[in-house]
Design a protein around this ligand. Structure first.
Ligand code: PLP
Length: 405
């Protein structure tokens, strides 16, 4: 008998796509699938400010002993400050409990455990569509998953009216997943008024918002991108929040993020919330890595490095906005219509292109262009010199030729 005599696994469509991409030997193949920020040279470089902070850490680090399952406290304070701002934190009066985690990916699973163990309904409603890994993590944690309307993928707009209707049908005690900004995969975000309407509905109907924030600074700006979250936190009594530092500080593989629970429950203190969360961390992975958290503290505690980091982040945001305009314009010229103009107004790295599965495979085979199987495109991995080629190939698909007639 062999314990590991397992069959070759069935790969899902995303893994099939990445497998094909790896095996594709064409030197000019274009990867628009993977969710990392790339510069004009196609590189995913380390932020200069992060490298400088890392050098300081390297010089001054005196121990690599364990911290604790709740990770780096100072990092939690620094990131909460960036996301919620001092006023929101003070208004919550010692009722925010936080731990540092190995990235928001882990935050999804922690949220799953928390909702399963503490929330009666064990149910979360996710936007349709949403990033597949979120649903995967909630499923693995054993949650019931519902979907609420979010985006009209045929007509390329945020379907807020149906979103509100669907949220209104949820039961008191259900959780609701909200993307903090730069929705993955659609790039369509709620405006401030819509955040406010969702927050008031959650408050009235006893829904628990869970916010997943990964792209702060890459949508409209470092402060602008969190105004919706701040609005929600000022209205709703209880919120779960996870924040990723992968993209905002470019520390993807070093694994670093924040997980917080905010409440106004009578008996609760930050300490009791933190203990509750660190018990979950202990069960799932024991301790988070400290390296990126320590770097981020050095960076944010130095005015010079913080300014340098903000400048680099703002340049990335500007590049994404400019690529969106240029890609939108190129489509307009090729297609002689405004069909793709939604790309210009959406936010952050991702948009969903309304291309059929056959079209996506055709682009892969004959154009060497790799999109995600759902049509998600990573705008931040497009090089300006490739725009014309990409839009031509897409517009020459049969489905867009027919559209033109
Ligand atoms: C919406 C969303 N949540 C979570 C994550 C995971 O982030 P991290 O690298 O911090 O685990 C991502 C990464 O792409 C994401 O897009």
């Amino acid at each position: 008998m062999r314990h590991f005599d397992i069959q070759k696994p069935d790969l899902d469509l995303t893994r099939q796509m990445f497998n094909e991409l790896e095996k594709d030997l064409r030197s000019d193949k274009i990867d628009l699938g993977i969710g990392i920020y790339r510069d004009e040279n196609g590189e995913a470089p380390v932020f200069k400010a992060v490298k400088k902070a890392e050098e300081l850490l390297f010089k001054n680090e005196i121990s690599k002993s364990y911290k604790s399952p709740s990770g780096n406290k100072e990092y939690c304070e620094n990131i909460l400050d960036l996301v919620l701002g001092k006023k929101n934190i003070n208004d919550r009066n010692n009722k925010i409990g936080s731990i540092q985690i190995p990235g928001a990916g882990s935050g999804l699973r922690i949220a799953g455990e928390l909702i399963k163990n503490k929330i009666k309904n064990k149910t979360i409603s996710v936007p349709n569509p949403t990033w597949g890994q979120q649903t995967f993590m909630f499923q693995k944690a054993g949650l019931n998953i519902l979907k609420h309307s979010y985006y009209d993928a045929k007509n390329n707009f945020l379907d807020f009216e149906n979103m509100l209707k669907d949220l209104n049908h949820l039961k008191s005690g259900d959780a609701v997943l909200l993307h903090g900004c730069c929705h993955n995969p659609t790039g369509s975000d709620l405006n401030l008024e819509q955040w406010s309407l969702v927050a008031n509905l959650c408050k009235k109907n006893g829904l628990l918002p869970f916010i997943d924030l990964v792209y702060q600074g890459l949508g409209n700006g470092i402060n602008e991108d969190v105004l919706g979250i701040q609005k929600l936190v000022s209205i709703v009594p209880e919120v779960i929040l996870t924040v990723s530092s992968s993209k905002t500080f470019g520390v993807y593989r070093d694994r670093c993020g924040l997980f917080s629970v905010i409440t106004d429950a009578d008996r609760v203190t930050s300490q009791s919330l933190e203990t509750m969360l660190s018990e979950i961390a202990r069960e799932l992975y024991f301790h988070p890595p400290d390296h990126a958290a320590a770097i981020i503290n050095i960076l944010l505690n130095s005015e010079t490095l913080k300014d340098e980091w903000l400048f680099e982040l703002s340049n990335m945001q500007k590049r994404i906005v400019s690529l969106r305009q240029k890609i939108g314009k190129s489509f307009q010229e090729k297609q002689q219509s405004d069909f793709f103009s939604f790309l210009k107004n959406q936010k952050g790295m991702f948009s969903l292109l309304p291309i059929s599965s056959e079209g996506i495979i055709e682009l892969r085979k004959n154009g060497g262009i790799y999109l995600m199987p759902d049509g998600r495109i990573n705008i931040a991995s497009v090089r300006e010199s490739q725009i014309d080629y990409i839009t031509s190939k897409i517009c020459s698909l049969k489905e867009f030729q027919i559209r033109k007639l």
